[in-house]
Design a protein around this ligand. Sequence first.
Ligand code: DGL
Length: 267
Amino acid sequence: MDNRPIGVFDSGVGGLTVVKQIVKLLPEESLVYFGDTARVPYGSKSKETIVKFSKQIIRFLKTKNVKAVVIACNTVSSNCYEDLSEEFPDLPITEVVTPGVESCIAATRNKIVGLIGTYGTVSSGAYERRLKAADPEIKVYKKACPLFVPLAEEGWANNEVARLTAGIYLKELMDKNVDSIILGCTHYPILKKCIGNIVGENVTIVDPAKATAMKLKKYLEENNMLNAGDKEAQRLFYVSDRSHFEQICSRVLHEDHTVEKIDIEKY
Ligand code: DGL
């Protein structure tokens, strides 16, 4: 048993979609969340910059005595997982790409799949490599949708601008006859309704968040690291700058939280 909290991070509000699934599956676990609202988006930044930011964040989370870390960001997961595991060898780190790949393999019937994500995720080739390793017959069509991130950060989840943007981005993939689309960015589930309206009900929307929470649970169970459940779970939220974080947090988690701003550059 291990009553320490789990650290979760993302460039901003996106990782809350992963927190939502963790809370559902592991309600007795305490969490410390960090959203890098001062430096979002990560998707257009270089690998070196994202590695540097992620190391600072994990150092901060370690000051909160976390027992494990979840990278609730596809851009970081697909570009920096190895660097971070090497830098923090004693900390169990869960990423979101592998669970996303597994969910997609389970979902597709025609083996033609779409991947949407940030420039960083799409250009890393991480999803494609792992999908093809799991099933060499799979065809992957990719599309970077960078404007979904500021739309989610602004809380514009399904208004006219969001619908227009989704229509333009997704047309190309729909023309390829994909039967499933991976939401390869944790911000995108915030726009899931809008995306769903464009792709229609015959396309399965794959959100890696649930499978990520399941992977985390399995790891904690197998390593006897679950919370004993004798104290109420605490969920703490930190950001690097002012934003609409609190409002979006209540919308995604259906819980109100106060959010503390910290200087991430110190770590
Ligand atoms: N939510 C993140 C992801 O999953 C990052 C988006 C961004 O900051 O560009 O990729």
